[in-house]
Design a protein around this ligand. Structure first.
Ligand code: CTP
Length: 449
């Protein structure tokens, strides 16, 4: 369909699937083979603010706009001054159908929609490409141009797609900035590895537009890979009372479980986190149930189990508890003290054997023969997946990072050393992938089972 003479000069483009369109607007004639349909798609009605900063990868960003609009999103492009050295605003205006913004001090644009309004307008903000300079400005909270100001002023989920020379990416300053942004909950999409515009090769390529469009979908509330799923997670240690002032416990900060809860929430799930005593803040949007002992944890899990799609057991549950907790403080009347202990119920195995069994994921904390012991637990407890890590000797406990071996019945993945949140996101992606594969068993075999 070609726009006829009656096409209004400022008309929004009417997009039809598979239709080539032409529009004669204020920017002149533009011709495209856009395949979007703004009235359909998984992002229908969602508002994406796309920030474009100065880097050669900006040439891919108009394609990203198309990919987002194909999914039904409205896209508002905001360019930095450096971005305009690489791609023109006219290109973005043509593919987005909206006036591009770049100046904090433009009275005409501010009169139409002020920068604070624009920050509120967005359902999600993606900066692609995100240059090293922009990451530094974002990390230090600067508000010296429109895009940086919007990032400070928005409460929408925010992600960056870094793109730069591999040495700039590996530089300690950039690493520190990225770590800071990740710790603040900003999504770090990529970068990918490969040949770079400078002729060198390494990590620093912006992810492909299709990949970024998928990831933005996951940023949107209810739009992720676990959208519509209820995920029940246990975390932290349990405490088994000896007397009113003493208890037996396991060493566990709860950080991995809380990271898994955050990652599942980011993936769109409804998350219930049953946690033993830990000193961690509850991630946003998550329901937390606090428990103390293994028996409390079992009771809470069984209470929350109905309707659960995925159970993830990261808790370091005490395996034994004193047969009887003393009513009063035990006095040191003898040289030695013997405590009679009895086994606690295995929460994970109980859920895996339950009539309303969800998809069940365990963790294995091992000090030796990590993979072998984890595989034995996978089979013995009848799990769908187990994530194994080496603990003890200053490994895993209270650390910010870790590494995991993820085992399914017939599959194995290694998640390389990274922050616990990055690992948690990787684990959640594997779970979502396996769940999706199980939902269509005729088309594809299960990824992990
Ligand atoms: N687990 C559980 N309830 C228990 C013990 C363990 O739910 N009473 C779960 C943990 O949350 C973890 C998995 O079982 O997901 C494996 O825990 P781990 O401590 O590694 O092993 P155990 O089963 O306790 O066996 P062992 O201590 O002999 O290694």
């Amino acid at each position: 369909m070609r726009a006829g003479p009656q096409t209004p000069r400022n008309a929004r483009f009417v997009l039809k699937r598979g239709v080539r369109w032409v529009c004669a607007g204020p920017l002149g004639r533009c011709d495209n083979d856009f395949i979007g349909n703004a009235s359909e798609g998984p992002m229908h009605g969602k508002r994406i603010l796309l920030g474009v900063t100065g880097g050669i990868a900006a040439y891919k960003s108009p394609d990203l706009v198309r990919r987002l609009r194909e999914r039904g999103a409205e896209v508002q492009v905001v360019m930095t001054a450096a971005a305009r050295e690489f791609v023109t605003a006219a290109t973005f205006q043509a593919v987005s159908g909206r006036t591009v913004r770049s100046d904090l001090w433009d009275p005409a644009a501010e009169a139409a929609m002020g920068h604070i309004e624009l920050a509120r307008w967005a359902d999600a903000v993606l900066i692609a490409p995100a240059s090293a300079d922009f990451l530094a400005r974002l990390a230090s909270g600067q508000a010296d141009d429109l895009l940086a100001t919007l990032c400070l002023a928005t409460s929408a989920p925010l992600a960056v797609a870094p793109a730069m020379n591999h040495l700039m990416w590996s530089n300690a300053a950039t690493r520190a900035n990225v770590a800071l942004l990740a710790a603040r909950g900003i999504g770090i999409f990529g970068p990918g590895e490969g040949d770079q515009a400078c002729g060198e090769s390494g990590p620093g390529r912006m992810l492909e537009p299709l990949d970024l469009a998928e990831r933005v979908g996951a940023l949107l509330p209810g739009g992720g890979a676990l959208a519509g799923k209820r995920v029940l997670i246990t975390a932290g240690p349990t405490r088994e009372r000896i007397d009113p002032v003493r208890f037996i416990s396991n060493r566990s900060s709860g950080k991995m479980g809380f990271a898994v809860a955050q990652a599942a929430r980011e993936a769109g799930a409804t998350v219930i986190l049953v946690s033993g005593p830990v000193a961690l803040a509850t991630p946003a949007g998550i329901t937390r149930v606090e428990v103390e002992s293994a028996a409390d944890m079992l009771a809470a899990v069984l209470r929350e189990l109905p309707g659960t799609d995925v159970f993830i057991s990261t808790a370091a549950v005490a395996d034994y508890r004193p047969v009887r907790a003393a009513e009063q403080k035990i006095k040191k009347s003898s040289e030695t003290l013997e405590l009679a202990m009895q086994r606690t119920t295995d929460v994970l195995a109980t859920v895996a054997a339950h009539a309303e069994r969800p998809y069940v994921v365990g963790f294995a904390a091992e000090t030796e023969a990590v993979e072998q012991n984890a595989r034995t637990k996978l089979m013995k407890k009848n799990l769908d997946m187990i994530a194994a890590n080496e603990v003890g000797h200053d490994k895993a406990f209270d650390c910010e990072d870790n590494q995991l071996i993820v085992l399914g019945r017939n599959a194995r993945h290694e998640l390389a050393r990274a922050s616990k949140l990055t690992l948690a996101r990787g684990l959640v992606a594997l779970i979502a992938q396996d769940l999706a594969a199980r939902a269509v068993p005729r088309q594809r075999g299960s990824a992990l089972a």
